[in-house]
Design a protein around this ligand. Structure first.
Ligand SMILES: [Zn+2]
Length: 460
């Protein structure tokens, strides 16, 4: 048996904060105490002056994902290494069922992408693009195998989008099998009309990506998704919520007692529409859906996070290089691959901008980046907290270490960073995934393929 002792740190969970030592035996946390100095260990990590946090959980990533004739720049090796550097020890990525395919085929395809590459644990949501009697039945089988959430799109007609009837059927099905529906909530048909009109008028620059995806199109779809879930009497989880108008819909639903949940992402908290006005083609760096919103939205989102109208912060990490990838849309914004890198920078950005700026407490930081995603997606208490019996997914986090975010020093395989040059204080020093040290003193010491598939539980 291998024993690792983390000494003298300040243990922080979603509800606790105390000085203590943590003993890890093999893959699990076995003992926590005020002082475990007398215990023999194979390795002692000194966490003096640092926080000992449950590893971050990022429930929205797109590694090795085909999109718009190209593939996201990080695979499961580079992407999970970058995640670990940033203090994230579990991800839930998205497998995609294309039209005519079974869900099982999609799951197998994505399992193959991750096996032998991932350095931290990973699970999958299933993106369903073709709902019929057969695939509806298949949802139950997938839930039993630990793929307990499904993502549906209300946008991208002809590629991902489902009609309301199909969405409603999928929602009803989760009422029986205990799965959870995650929704990309934007009114795709309205957006398609606006995009065609803009292009016909010769408006091809990156900023028109944002100007053709109005906040109200997100709010309308968010409202519709929640209404369909209400009729089906099941919960719904809105992914990458970006607009204050959409947050209003979630808040109103929650005030009525409905199980409506939503995540937002760092890009919506720290970047804004102004980035699309950067010179030349630089606005393409920020082409993602939904797009960045007006700066005033940031304060609304922080308020939603503080008051639990938003429950999670994930990244929607979906990196495309400027060279050869984003460039595909140089003369037509609608051909710019949608997405941006973020898997490595989430914890530091949210700690710096959230905790240090006094917008959220330290406990709430842990809750938003780890505990709450674990709870909603069937990983708690195995993940998302520091407790005897939980997986030893632990981050020794230095609240005083300042770093400068830059594509040159970060580990994501992409040729730019949306936060280039930004100084943040607070960073992961040592990172353990199921008791294995993966990051130590700024160096990756893990092994590709050591991450495991996370068989997730259903809603309880
Ligand atoms: Zn996404």
């Amino acid at each position: 048996m291998s024993r690792i002792l983390i000494r003298n740190g300040e243990v922080v969970t979603a509800v606790d904060r105390y000085r203590g030592d943590v003993l890890i035996e093999d893959a699990k946390i076995s003992l926590i105490g005020a002082s475990l100095a007398d215990i023999q260990a194979d390795k002692v990590i000194d966490a003096s002056g640092k926080y000992v946090l449950p590893g971050g959980i990022d429930v929205h990533t797109h590694l090795d994902m085909p999109f718009g004739g190209t593939t996201s720049a990080d695979d499961f090796e580079s992407g999970t290494i970058a995640a670990a550097f940033g203090g994230t020890t579990s991800i839930v990525d998205f497998a995609i069922q294309y039209k005519g395919q079974t869900l099982h085929h999609a799951w197998e395809t994505w399992m193959k992408k991750a096996e032998r590459r991932a350095v931290i644990d990973y699970g999958f949501h299933m993106i369903m693009t073709d709902l019929n009697d057969q695939t509806e039945l298949e949802m139950d089988a997938l839930v039993r195998q630990g793929v307990t959430s499904f993502k549906l799109f209300m946008a991208y007609r002809g590629i991902f989008m489902l009609d309301d009837g199909s969405i409603f059927r999928a929602l009803l099905r989760t009422g029986q099998n205990g799965g959870t529906i995650c929704m990309h909530a934007e009114n795709g048909d309205v957006i398609d009309v606006l995009v065609q009109r803009a292009l016909a008028q010769g408006r091809t620059a990156p900023k028109y990506h944002a100007l053709t995806r109005p906040a109200r199109a997100e709010a309308e779809a968010t409202h519709r998704a929640i209404a369909l879930a209400e009729i089906a009497e099941v919960p719904v989880y809105i992914v990458h919520l970006s607009a204050a108008e959409a947050l209003e819909m979630v808040t109103e639903a929650r005030d009525r007692g409905l199980p409506a949940y939503a995540e937002t992402c760092p890009q919506y908290l720290f970047l804004s529409y102004d980035n699309y006005e950067e010179p030349g083609f630089d606005g393409a760096k920020y082409v993602m859906s939904p797009p960045l919103r007006e700066k005033a939205t940031q304060a609304e989102l922080w308020r939603g996070l503080a008051f639990n109208d938003l429950q999670c912060i994930s990244t929607d990490h979906c990196p495309f290089c400027m060279k050869e990838q984003k460039e595909l849309g140089r003369t037509d914004f609608s051909k710019i691959p949608n997405g941006a890198p973020g898997i490595e920078t989430r914890m530091s950005l949210v700690y710096d901008g959230g905790v240090r700026e006094g917008r959220i407490s330290l406990n709430r930081f842990v809750e938003l980046t780890s505990t709450s995603p674990a709870r909603i997606f069937g990983l708690f208490p195995r993940k998302g907290t520091i407790a005897p019996g939980s997986d030893a997914d632990i981050v020794v986090f230095d609240p005083n270490r300042a770093i400068t975010l830059s594509a040159r020093t970060l580990h994501m395989k992409v040729d730019y960073n949306p936060y280039e040059g930004r100084q943040v204080t607070g960073a992961a020093d040592t990172v353990l995934s199921r008791g294995r040290v993966v990051i130590e003193n700024g160096t990756f010491v893990g092994r590709p393929g050591s991450g495991s598939f996370l068989k997730r539980a259903t809603r309880s």
